[in-house]
Design a protein around this ligand. Structure first.
Ligand code: RIB
Ligand code: CA
Length: 313
C-alpha cells in the first residue's frame, strides 16, 4: 500500500502537536508533504514556532513548515490562550526551534503542491481555522478538482459549541473561510466535537503516554497535563478531549469512526450563532449532503493506536 500524501494545516496547540506526531510516526501510511501554519489558538508567529518545535522533537527538522494567513478572511483574530497557554504549547519545556521556516507562503505551497501532484492524490488535513484553505481555493479555483478530500477537525452539532454556546472554535474564528470550504464541492470529512468529546485523555490514557518514558511520550503527557485543565474544569469530565489527532487517526483507521453523509452549512451573519455548523443530521431539509459528519469513535481503539504510534518516535 502506498502512503497517502497529506498536508497538515494547523494552529499548534497541544492537540495539533499530538496530531502532527501521530502523522510523523506513521510513515508507511502517511507521506506528510508539509505543514502549513495558520493563526488560531495563538498568533501565527507562535503557531509557526510550535510546529517547528514539534518537528524537531520528532527528529524531523527536514519537514517543510510554512507560514500562512495571520488573520481570518474578514474578522479580527480570536485566540485561545486560555486553553493552550500563552505560547500555545505550554506544558513541556522544549527548546526553541532551529530549523528554518520555508520562504514560500503556506497558501502558495498548498496550491503548488496540488498542481504538481496527480489530481486526487493529496489530502488536506486542516486542524485549525480554515483561512489558508479558503484563501487557496479563492486564489486558485482549479485546485478544488484536484484535492483528494479535506479531512478536518471542526464544528459541532449535538455537542454544541465550545467557544460560544453554538460554535466550535476552528469554525468560529473564520466562519467565512469555513463557508467557502463547505461550499467548494470538495469531498469533506468532518471530525467535530461530537466525536472528539468522546476521545477523552483520561488519567490512565495519559499515564500510558508518560510510561513510554521517551522524550516524545513524556512531552505528550506534559502537554495533556496542561491542556486538559480547562476542559476538565469546564465539563467536569475525566480528561480533556484530544481533538486534532482524530483527523490523523481517521486516515489510519477509519473503522474506528462512524457518521453520516449530510448537509452542513455555516452561520456567517447572526451574532448569536456565528460559526455554527448547521448539520442536517435528520435530513429535514432538501439541502444536498456535502460532508461525512462523524459522530462516534471507538475511544479505546483510538488511544491504543495513538499510544503505539507515539511509542515509535
Ligand atoms: O475546538 C477545538 C479546536 O480548536 C482544536 O483544533 C484546537 O486545537 C483548537 O484549534
Ligand atoms: Ca487546532
Amino acid at each position: 500500500m502506498t502512503a497517502r500524501k497529506i498536508i497538515i494545516d494547523t494552529d499548534p496547540g497541544q492537540d495539533d502537536a499530538v496530531a502532527i506526531l501521530l502523522a510523523l510516526a506513521s510513515p508507511s501510511e502517511i507521506d506528510l508533504l508539509g505543514i502549513t501554519c495558520v493563526a488560531g489558538n495563538v498568533p501565527l508567529d507562535l503557531t509557526t514556532r510550535n510546529a517547528r518545535i514539534i518537528c524537531e522533537l520528532a527528529g524531523r527538522p527536514d519537514m517543510p513548515v510554512f507560514a500562512g494567513c495571520d488573520r481570518p478572511l474578514r474578522r479580527a483574530l480570536v485566540t485561545a490562550e486560555h486553553v493552550h497557554g500563552k505560547t500555545g504549547l505550554d506544558g513541556p519545556t522544549l527548546p526553541e526551534p532551529t530549523m528554518p521556516l520555508q520562504s514560500a507562503h503556506a497558501v502558495d505551497f498548498i496550491i503548488d503542491t496540488l498542481r504538481q501532484h496527480p489530481a486526487n492524490s493529496v489530502t488536506l488535513c486542516p486542524l485549525g481555522p480554515l483561512t489558508n484553505i479558503a484563501t487557496a481555493l479563492q486564489k486558485a479555483p482549479d485546485i478544488a478538482g484536484r484535492i483528494e478530500q479535506i479531512v478536518l477537525m471542526g464544528g459541532a452539532y449535538f455537542e454544541v459549541g465550545n467557544i460560544t454556546p453554538t460554535a466550535e472554535f476552528n469554525i468560529y474564528v473564520d466562519p467565512e473561510a469555513a463557508d467557502i470550504v463547505f461550499k467548494s464541492g470538495v469531498k469533506i470529512t468532518v471530525l467535530p466535537l461530537d466525536v472528539t468529546h468522546k476521545a477523552l485523555v483520561t488519567a490512565a490514557r495519559n499515564d500510558a503516554f508518560r510510561a513510554l518514558n521517551t522524550p516524545v511520550g513524556i512531552a505528550v503527557a506534559q502537554m495533556t497535563d496542561f491542556f486538559e485543565r480547562f476542559d476538565k474544569e469546564k465539563y467536569g469530565s475525566d480528561g480533556a478531549p484530544l481533538h486534532d489527532p482524530c483527523v490523523i487517526a481517521y486516515l489510519l483507521a477509519p473503522q474506528l469512526f462512524a457518521g453520516r453523509h449530510i448537509n452542513i452549512e455555516i452561520e456567517t451573519t447572526s451574532p448569536l450563532t456565528l460559526g455554527m455548523t448547521v448539520a442536517d443530521w435528520w435530513r429535514v431539509t432538501d439541502r444536498a449532503p456535502n460532508a461525512l459528519f462523524l459522530r462516534d469513535v471507538d475511544a479505546d481503539g483510538l488511544f491504543d493506536l495513538l499510544t503505539h504510534r507515539i511509542a515509535r518516535i
